[in-house]
Ligand binder design. Structure first.
Ligand code: SF4
Ligand code: SF4
Length: 133
């Protein structure tokens, strides 16, 4: 019997060819568990709207030497790809929170119906709010 190697990438969507952006309010949002995230950044290139980024050093207050990643919530489309990537390829540090639960937990974060990236300032990733949990 010929054995075929297990395809570890099968449950995970591919890295997107093009970056898109949010066109409607999502049903759920990705929330990174700071205490579980290793900061490996494996999830970053898989996000189809490129809204996952390393937490800047000056905002990194946790005791681990490598900063965790964070999600710019108002840009997230709730696709859950990052959560699958993290669970299947690395750890289990991203949880998908239903929008109503997210808004109860983080009432100060505005989630708009769509998100138009600021293309004039290429150094800016937009002005979407980011919060730490
Ligand atoms: S893949 Fe998981 S552990 Fe690695 S940076 Fe992303 S959320 Fe953190
Ligand atoms: S669920 Fe994850 S991969 Fe999908 S848009 Fe949100 S942060 Fe990006």
């Amino acid at each position: 019997m010929k054995l075929r190697p297990y395809d570890h990438y099968k449950p995970v969507a591919g890295i997107p060819d093009e970056i898109s952006h949010k066109k409607r309010k999502p049903k759920s949002l990705a929330v990174v568990d700071d205490g579980n995230c290793t900061g490996c950044q494996v999830c970053v290139p898989f996000c189809p709207v490129d809204c996952i980024e390393p937490t800047p050093a000056e905002e990194h207050t946790f005791s681990s030497p490598i900063p965790p990643v964070r999600v710019r919530y108002n840009e997230c489309i709730g696709c859950a790809i990052c959560a699958r990537v993290c669970t299947k390829l690395t750890w289990d540090a991203i949880h998908m929170l239903p929008l109503s639960d997210f808004q109860s937990m983080f009432p100060d974060v505005e989630i708009t119906d769509n998100f138009v990236p600021n293309t004039e300032d290429s150094s800016s990733k937009g002005d979407s709010p980011v919060i730490e949990i």
